[in-house]
Design a protein around this ligand. Structure first.
Ligand SMILES: Nc1nc2c(c(=O)[nH]1)N[C@H]1C(S)=C(S)[C@@H](COP(=O)(O)O)O[C@H]1N2
Ligand SMILES: [Mo]
Length: 318
């Protein structure tokens, strides 16, 4: 499968007991107050645990998200990628990223914080307990997948750095290394890739720093060793291969917004009612399915996140 290992994951998938996965998810559902938990909990019972182990080898899973959508196959998630540092051809990314080495790796947390931090990736993985989160990913190009991530809440990392009261935004930066990321030789894009969130969005319990998927260390093409996962926003917000996280007073420049601010807003919340200037966002193509699905407001996470945007005009702040 071209899985790459050896960047210091503190556990191998076989060391995560199914029980641990089950209890983590149950705890998450309780705090998040997600409905339809009964169906999901049933899907996580002992029998499911066995299926899950099997999934490690057959690379599919019968797990679902909280809405009952099946997770995408491992090969779909790792074979169809947007990662312009490697290629604009989604099906070529996995091959071109095969030799990408995500170890050693350091992540800096800096800017408006009382305690700036520098973490080696192994240290990050040790310090913050990893849990599984099954999230929908909706690309601004109107395709989508359901992905079983591992990771930890960005909030726990930010809290450790103690943001100053003046901090209102968080900026993220991808590795800059044109020698290993051939796409960065193209001067069309303002490398390195950057993204940003409002601080309250960054602190939201759904906002994850992803460290793996399908019970395995993060594949290179999905953003090893550390990438953002913000499930209610278009996929381009979920920046890969993060080396810097900065707490900021003002809204940071972000790559896609700099390239075409009329097409890619800073907020980029999934919204079927606000079309991209060149295509409709009302529906989407779920990878692996025939036909189209209706796109859900905030990608189906309205109950959890709509409070972040109370009183805001979502058309103006697209
Ligand atoms: N550094 C970086 N991060 C990135 C991108 C990119 O080109 N470079 N593409 C984004 C887009 S458009 C999407 S849809 C998701 C795709 O994530 P996936 O390949 O893991 O599904 O990654 C996002 N993060
Ligand atoms: Mo995307």
């Amino acid at each position: 499968m071209g899985m790459r290992r050896g960047y210091g994951q503190p556990f191998s998938p076989s060391e995560i007991t199914p029980e641990a996965v089950f209890f983590n998810r149950r705890a998450f559902l309780q705090t998040a107050g997600i409905a339809a938990a009964g169906a999901l909990l049933a899907a996580c019972g002992p029998q499911q645990a066995a299926t899950r182990e099997a999934a490690e080898t057959v690379t599919t899973s019968t797990e679902t998200d909280e809405l009952g959508n099946p997770v995408n196959a491992f090969d779909e998630i790792t074979g169809y990628n947007n990662y312009y540092e490697f290629s604009t051809d989604k099906e070529a990314v996995s091959r071109l990223a095969r030799d990408f080495v995500a170890s050693p790796w350091e992540v800096e947390v800096a800017g408006l914080v009382h305690k700036p931090q520098r973490y080696a990736i192994d240290e990050l993985l040790r310090r913050f307990p990893q849990e599984e989160r099954i999230y929908r990913l909706r690309c601004v190009e109107a395709w989508s997948m359901v992905i079983p991530w591992q990771g930890f809440e960005l909030a726990s990392l930010l809290k450790e750095a103690e943001p100053m009261t003046s901090a209102r935004y968080v900026g993220f930066t991808t590795l800059l290394d044109p020698e290993v990321m051939p796409g960065q030789s193209s001067s069309f894009y303002p490398w390195p890739y950057t993204e940003g969130l409002r601080l309250d969005e960054a602190m939201h319990r759904l906002t994850l720093l992803g460290t793996g998927l399908y019970g395995k260390p993060m594949p290179a093409q999905n953003g090893a060793p550390l990438r953002l996962v913000v499930p209610w926003k278009y996929g381009f917000k979920s920046i890969k291969a993060i080396v810097r996280i900065d707490l900021l007073e003002t809204q940071p420049a972000t790559l896609w917004n700099s390239v075409a601010s009329n097409e890619y807003g800073f907020y980029a919340n999934v919204n079927p009612g606000v079309d991209h200037p060149r295509w409709s966002q009302a529906s989407e193509r779920r990878i692996g399915e025939l036909g189209r699905r209706e796109t859900l407001l905030f990608n189906g996470y309205t109950e959890e996140v709509s409070g972040l945007y109370a009183g805001m005009d979502l058309r103006e702040n697209f």
